[in-house]
Design a protein around this ligand. Structure first.
Ligand SMILES: [Zn+2]
Length: 357
């Protein structure tokens, strides 16, 4: 009760500071379908994308309000991270959570990689031959480095929970931002999980420690201010042999309810997230590195890479920036050329009115 009151207070504070301190473009990185058998997560992703692009509407959603807060956000969505694992599930291997090479993509990241608990089951948690041994994880790492998000959400199914770091130990990070993350999750739990969701650190809440996870990497290495794992559906009454039912709704009403509810939860996150982050930004004003605008961020990256910075491989964000810059320069040159040729023609050639038809 105390936490909810604190959360509500901060929500009101968010809405007040939102308009005053929102010169930033905030980046939100959301990934779905990291585990093959969790098909419902990609269904949520596709519905969310169709809503964000205006193809579909959501009952009760205020489109004007939606558009007003989307103006300040850049949202990147990976709707199905584990394509080959999903293909195995669709071919009938309903319990498969790993990728096509038998590796768990949420154990293949470098933070505390490879540590095995007593109940380690390679069929469930094979971490691969080394950190980032898998192409899917490599792609996600590059995307996270180039996009450098302020908010990360890794969406799973199998239970109802809203997790924050850490997965590899049973504590949450220290500091204000950790309290803000917890308050944001409490709000989501209240509005979209009817307080059924487990809330807290993954390692402290789920009943086991997970090593080499993407959310811990986003928090510890990419320094994403708010890094979450959402578990959006689970049927604990299902037989342990019926993996499809354990991880996915099997009737249409539940399917639609889960999708609409979690799309609404994401819209709430997109709407209130900037306010929460602004509070954190004000509180950590001496560390501006994570709070610069996306444009300044890109410039920082260009400088960083020319000095042999830590970016690896092609940076997709920089590629886009370079393309826009080249297009801008090309169009400027063309306009100048047209302008100059017009002047020179008007000087050398008689006026149009004197040319016979
Ligand atoms: Zn999962």
């Amino acid at each position: 009760m105390t936490t909810l009151s604190f959360g509500s207070f901060l929500s009101r504070l968010c809405s007040r500071v939102e308009t005053a301190f929102l010169p930033l473009v905030l980046c939100l990185f959301n990934t779905f379908g990291q585990h093959g058998r969790e098909l419902i997560t990609s269904e949520v992703a596709l519905r969310l994308i169709s809503m964000l692009t205006g193809e579909r509407t959501m009952p009760g959603a205020d489109l004007n309000l939606l558009n007003s807060f989307l103006d300040n956000l850049v949202i990147k969505v990976v709707p199905m991270e584990n394509l080959n694992g999903c293909k195995l599930v669709e071919a009938g291997e309903y319990c498969e959570r790993r990728n096509g090479r038998g590796v768990d993509l949420n154990r293949n990241w470098s933070v505390d990689w490879g540590k095995k608990e007593k109940d380690y089951d390679p069929y469930e948690e094979n971490p691969g031959t080394g950190p980032f041994s898998e192409p899917e994880t490599q792609i996600m790492r590059k995307l996270s480095q180039s996009f450098d998000p302020h908010v990360w959400v890794n969406v799973h199914s199998g239970m109802e929970a809203l997790f924050m770091p850490y997965d590899h130990k049973n504590v949450t990070p220290d500091g204000l931002i950790s309290h803000l993350m917890r308050s944001l999750l409490d709000d989501l739990n209240y509005h979209h999980c009817q307080n059924r969701c487990l809330v807290g650190s993954g390692g402290g809440s789920v009943g086991y420690l997970a090593h080499g996870t993407s959310t811990d990497y986003m928090h510890d290495i990419v320094k994403v201010p708010m890094a979450f794992t959402f578990e959006i559906y689970g049927d604990s009454s299902a037989s342990s042999k019926d993996c499809f039912k354990m991880f996915n709704p099997v009737d249409e009403a539940t399917f639609n309810r889960v999708i609409e509810n979690w799309c609404a939860a994401f819209l709430m996150l997109f709407q209130t997230g900037p306010g929460w982050l602004d509070i954190a930004r004000q509180a950590t004003f001496n560390d501006l590195s994570k709070w610069v605008s996306i444009d300044a961020n890109a410039v920082d990256r260009i400088e960083g890479s020319s000095k042999g910075g830590k970016l690896e491989g092609l940076d997709l964000g920089m590629q886009e920036l370079r393309t826009y810059f080249r297009l801008f320069m090309l169009s400027s040159v063309l306009i100048m050329f047209m302008f100059c040729s017009r002047i020179s023609k008007s000087k050398c050639r008689p006026s149009m009115s004197s040319i016979p038809i």
